[in-house]
Write a protein that binds this ligand. Structure first.
Ligand SMILES: [Zn+2]
Length: 273
């Protein structure tokens, strides 16, 4: 039986090349360069060449079923909503291009992780937010490794860019308290890796804190065994600020510099050792 066409809206044949179209074309070219780099050799055990087959083109289009990515015989097709938001909202064309490449590889990494179909994400979310956080941090890490190699940038600088990208999509009133905490943990994890010098090639860092517990933990996951890097006591006011790390700044959210200062203070004995 032929596979249904996964693309919801037909692509534009000859769209007018306005400023946004030029920017999206550059984002697409940068994403294709990242795709080539990803397919060069497995990354964290993910064989992108096997996932992509002959597809080396990147296209942006609306996909059915809330899916974010699909691979056809020619192209990796990525949901266009994020590309448009990056084109419109990024501080610079360079940021928009690299963030788009990071997004494409992140979404591709979700296929071997088993969360390509959005229905699986919904099922996981119904069980809690921890699995989704771990899958996102893993996909972020793989994407950061690919772009760091393709662009010859330090991993911590790519993580800093990912952090800026995340801060562009803050928590809204649509998010549950659990989803707000997941997003805050993702931001804090990236702050620690990019601003505290704790990014490692073979593992990604996962920060944990909770409104019901007076502690912070930083745990490396990825290659080999999961391992604790540090735990530290956390005051309730520090916990509250970390929980606001993914809130909009004009809604009182903690910015990355404040988050870094809180984590540094909590870890002072460990960092001094
Ligand atoms: Zn994701």
């Amino acid at each position: 039986m032929p596979r249904p066409n996964p693309i919801e809206i037909p692509r534009q044949g000859h769209a007018r090349l306005d400023a946004q179209s030029y920017r999206i074309a550059a984002m697409r070219a940068r994403s294709e360069a990242a795709l080539l780099a990803a397919c060069h050799a497995p990354v964290m055990g993910i064989d992108f060449a096997a996932i992509c087959g002959a597809a080396r083109r990147v296209e942006f289009a609306a996909l059915i079923n809330d899916d974010k990515v699909c691979v056809t015989s020619e192209s990796v097709v990525v949901h266009d909503q994020c590309a448009r938001a990056l084109a419109a909202g990024s501080e610079s064309p360079e940021d928009a291009e690299l963030l788009c490449a990071l997004y494409v590889v992140h979404e591709l990494a979700h296929l071997p992780q088993g969360i390509g179909p959005y229905a699986v994400v919904r099922d996981l979310r119904s069980l809690g937010e921890d699995a989704l956080l771990d899958l996102d941090l893993g996909a972020d890490h793989v994407a950061a490794l690919v772009v760091s190699r393709a662009r010859d940038m330090p991993l911590s600088a790519v993580k800093a860019l990912q952090l800026r990208g995340l801060c562009g999509f803050p928590v809204t009133t649509e998010h549950t308290p659990e989803a707000r905490r997941r997003k805050a943990r993702r931001v804090v994890s990236l702050v620690v890796e990019s601003m505290l010098g704790l990014a490692r090639d073979d593992s990604y860092l996962c920060a944990d804190f909770s409104p019901t517990s007076p502690a912070l933990s930083l745990i490396y996951r990825g290659a080999g065994l999961t391992r604790v890097w540090a735990t530290a006591p956390l005051t309730s006011s520090a916990t509250e600020r970390l929980l606001s790390a993914a809130d909009a700044l004009d809604a009182g959210g903690a910015d990355p510099a404040e988050v870094a200062a809180i984590v540094r203070a909590a870890l002072a004995p460990r960092m001094a050792a």
